[in-house]
Ligand binder design. Sequence first.
Ligand code: ATP
Ligand code: MG
Length: 260
Amino acid sequence: MIHNIINFSNVSVIRDNKKILKDINIDINANENIIILGPNGSGKSTFLKLLTRQIYPSYTDDNTICKVCDQTVWDISALRHLMGIVSNDMQYDFNFEITGYETVLSGFFGSIGLFTNHKVTDTMIEKAKQMIDFLEISHLQNKYMNIMSAGENKKFLIARALVSEPKILVLDEPTNNLDIAASKKLKIILQKIIAHKTNVICITHQVSDIIPEISRIIMFKDGQVFRDGVVNEVLTSKNLSSLFNIDVELMKNQEGYLII
Ligand SMILES: Nc1ncnc2c1ncn2[C@@H]1O[C@H](COP(=O)(O)OP(=O)(O)OP(=O)(O)O)[C@@H](O)[C@H]1O
Ligand SMILES: [Mg+2]
């Protein structure tokens, strides 16, 4: 059984002679729902690229650990039963004439599109349909991804990530480009996903993305972990003001958190 989804110690990434991630130490268990919060440019997407193996730590020494699902070397498509990923880049990757339905099916192969060597089984078709129903997007399934709205497109990418029944779903800026109603609906979908036993790591710069199921918050600032702890303790006006370098006040209402 996989216990640690992410096990990073002293992980750094250098670009243009600058550490854009500095000695990151993060352990994440498979049974946690987490928000990774930080301002623009704080290193959140770079951290996600380490998870997907698009990039590697810039150097390693005896103190460096960079494991995903207990493995130092991994192929994200082989790990898709453990971790499903919806990154911002994927919206561009799937910006062509591929239907929503085909996009979801491609999740079984970890590919961007379906190819002749992909053997689509009845079980896969059944599972893809289940996920499409679960996300309430069956009326859109024959539409091409490049003409869908951002919100429609995102739901198909989530369904694609979920077909392999991962233990954990990682989303980068899930409500980016979504209007208020679409953001609210997406948060309800995330709650449904968690209720169906897939945990969520949500990467964002917005406190409004925090749903009640999220118990832990990791704050990124200037490429470092600025705070890491229980939402109720760490999510404070003081910490947020330091995080964003601007005086803010945290409010909470029945819809969730907001800052003013
Ligand atoms: N390949 C690269 N070369 C040079 N600088 C880079 C590279 N990739 C990222 N950076 C820089 O590293 C910093 C962190 O970028 P990253 O995309 O991880 O931030 P982020 O927290 O995801 O921000 P946002 O909220 O805007 O998405 C930024 O200053 C960015 O310009
Ligand atoms: Mg980003």
